[in-house]
Design a protein around this ligand. Structure first.
Ligand code: ATP
Length: 310
């Protein structure tokens, strides 16, 4: 395999969004988190991250988005600080973040930015850590961060930070609806805590992955067990979510759901033409819609290897 020998002084990388095809909440844990089983999927909607070496020490973030913090509360900054400190890297870095993933929309934007920064620093400084050794940094930053070291269609266990890519990868058109309403993930999980009852869950993800994924019936098995709490947290969204779902399904979506703890919704389509119609219809109803595709494990790896020659 070829490797870049010349050290570049800057890199531009995409940070893909994710959707959760399904989420099962299995119980609460000693550490205060919930035990989850989720099916993650990267999609082509992405932020852009440019990393540039600086002589002066420290991490500087530039981002024009009004909702994005530029201090160390930004996960991308924390990721860079942690790794640079640990690896004893000389000088500093500047991070330019172009935000396209809706903020606090259940699409994992902050987590993906953090993972992309870890992987880009790994390449920029030729540390050769790879996902296996970046995993510990990723876990410390947040439960969803490890998934973004691998991408594709993957099972998430534990807090969602134990990630196992599936052999079979989902190839579909995706329409994402930005509901324009941030929902706090922490608040949704807090609500869940109060109402959680021990149950023998239905193994919906097992049943889904062992089906052929080809029709509505297989997708109908999937559930998002955070949705109820998300709509209790944001009751103003209940009607709009129902409307969006109706439009997506009406335009032929194989599956339409809410991602993570909300508020973004998505539809999966086989036909590009149907996805285009769904975008038109949701926009006509006053929603902000984005059309893209799923990014498979192979597609995710190709993106990184094409950029860096390995
Ligand atoms: P999660 O479920 O992991 O909270 P999410 O997709 O719902 O993910 P994010 O877009 O990651 O939400 O943002 C959650 C909060 O994190 C925001 O309120 C924002 O202030 C903060 N944040 C910190 N760093 C970032 C970042 N790089 N991009 C977006 N938000 C960030």
């Amino acid at each position: 395999m070829s490797r870049i020998t010349r050290r570049p002084s800057f890199l531009t990388v995409p940070a893909f969004a994710k959707i959760n095809l399904g989420i099962e909440v299995l119980g609460s844990r000693q550490d205060g988190y919930h035990e989850l089983r989720t099916l993650f999927q990267t999609i082509s909607l992405h932020d852009d991250i440019e990393l540039r070496r600086r002589r002066a020490p420290g991490v500087v973030l530039r981002c024009e988005h009004p909702l994005i913090p530029r201090d160390e509360t930004n996960l991308a900054v924390r990721a860079a600080r942690d790794l640079m400190r640990h690896a004893g890297l000389p000088g500093g870095v500047e991070i330019r973040l172009t935000k396209r993933i809706p903020v606090a929309g259940g699409l994992g934007g902050g987590s993906s930015d953090a993972a992309a920064v870890l992987m880009a620093l790994d390449r920029l400084f030729e540390l050769d850590l790879g996902p296996a050794r970046l995993h510990a940094f990723a876990r410390r930053l947040g439960a969803d961060v490890p998934f973004f070291l691998l991408g594709g269609t993957a099972l998430g266990l534990g807090r969602g930070d134990e990630v196992y890519p599936l052999e079979k990868q989902l190839r579909a058109e995706v329409v994402v609806i930005d509901m324009g309403r941030p929902v706090s993930t922490a608040a949704v999980f807090r609500r869940l805590g109060a109402q959680l009852t021990l149950k023998e869950n239905g193994y919906t993800i097992f049943r889904f992955v062992s089906s052929d994924w080809g029709d509505r019936a297989s997708f109908r098995i999937l559930t998002n067990e955070l949705e109820r709490s998300a709509l209790e947290e944001a009751p103003d969204l209940a009607d709009t979510v129902r409307r969006v779902r109706r439009i997506l399904v009406g335009e032929g979506a194989l599956f339409a759901g809410m991602s993570g703890s909300g508020s973004s919704c998505f539809g999966l389509f086989i036909e590009r033409a149907a996805a285009r119609r769904a975008v038109k219809a949701t926009r006509a109803a006053g929603f902000a819609a984005h059309r893209g595709r799923t990014v498979t494990l192979g597609g995710f790896r190709r993106t990184w290897s094409l950029r860096f020659g390995r």
